[in-house]
Design a protein around this ligand. Sequence first.
Ligand code: AMP
Ligand code: MG
Length: 413
Amino acid sequence: MNHDFFNIISRKEFELLLRTFQATELTQIPIADAFGLVLGNDIVSPEDLPPVNRSCMDGYAVNASDAFGASETNPAYLECCAKLSVDEAPSFTLKSGECASIPTGGTLPDGSDAVVMVEHTQELGSGTIEIRKSSVPGEHTMLKGEDAAKGSVIFKAGHRIRFQDVGLLAALGIKEVTIRKKPRVGIISTGDELVEIDFPQKAGTIRDVNSHTLRCLVSSAGAEAVNYGIVHDELPKLELTLTKAISENDLVLLSGGSSVGMRDLTVQAIESMPESEILAHGVAISPGKPTILGKAGNKPVLGLPGQVTSVQVVMLSLVMPFIRHLMGQKNAFSTSDRPVIQAELEQNTVSKPGREDYVRMKLTSREEGIPLASPVYGKSGLLKTMIQADGLMIIPADTEGFYAGNIVNVWLI
Ligand code: AMP
Ligand code: MG
């Protein structure tokens, strides 16, 4: 590949190259640490959950046929044969004409198949219970195996573990799960003009923004960010830091120096690594064109634009899905699970054909109907377009734009 100029490929082609990288290794971890990580194998339920039929209400366990047709004006009368507590395993079988007092979560005795809520009953003394509501089998009960049936697959490999999933694992007594290791992502900011956050503002210096925003986005994708600070545009220094970052991480992100100018050294730095290759230089998205994908051995290295907004857009559209792919998440590049809101476009919005545009959008809610979406224009070197934006509107590469009044999808960020 000739690196003196871009060899622009589509976002889809870039994505296909990203997909060629392998997910991280498998490891076992306690479920307390599993939140947000991705399962490395299917999880099969070791038992039925609930293990028995349980009551969902305080009331009386009955055989539904004994209460069928009961009403306020035509109650049924059953004999209460037991007062069950929540931690009791009943050892008797309910006979026809009997009921048993049961709390929420209590185990249904054999012979019962429904619960009548206490509100629809009246204790008449001497053990007789008036049932004032008809019942059907299964009513107000949780059936054995209803949450998880023994032997069934409850989560598939590639599933990202959510808080509610941790709850199910705990309920099933599963203490550890096999997941893909959390990727470590090295972050390097490059540029002679860059200074640390506590440096005073003056001409010729720019405070490093990207390592901070990248760190947030890397952790929000579920990976661990490792910061390598600022490196000036000097090849030997950049090579040194890149070598260290590659050896210590699963993925390295460099920002700045990804274009084709004199001081743009990212391509050269990647090429100087052993067993390295530049797989792509330039992607047809805006902002974000000067993006590089390289590899050193089997480790991916991404050269991202220095412009503060461009790099944020590239992170959202390509790098965060890539991190999820490295974590083993199924359909990591799918756009269908993005939080999207429909809005009415306020003004005509044009885009150059041949590139996918990520227009920053402000949403205004209205008394009636869907929100109004207005583009936030500004240079990609300014922070304000992303600051003012509630979301992004994607104009596909084969589209020249959208008209005022069009209903558009805004990807909430
Ligand atoms: P470059 O891609 O290196 O030509 O950088 C493009 C623009 O982004 C320049 O104005 C840089 O000063 C700016 N820039 C590069 N890296 C950063 C960074 N880490 N934080 C803030 N601005 C940056
Ligand atoms: Mg630079």
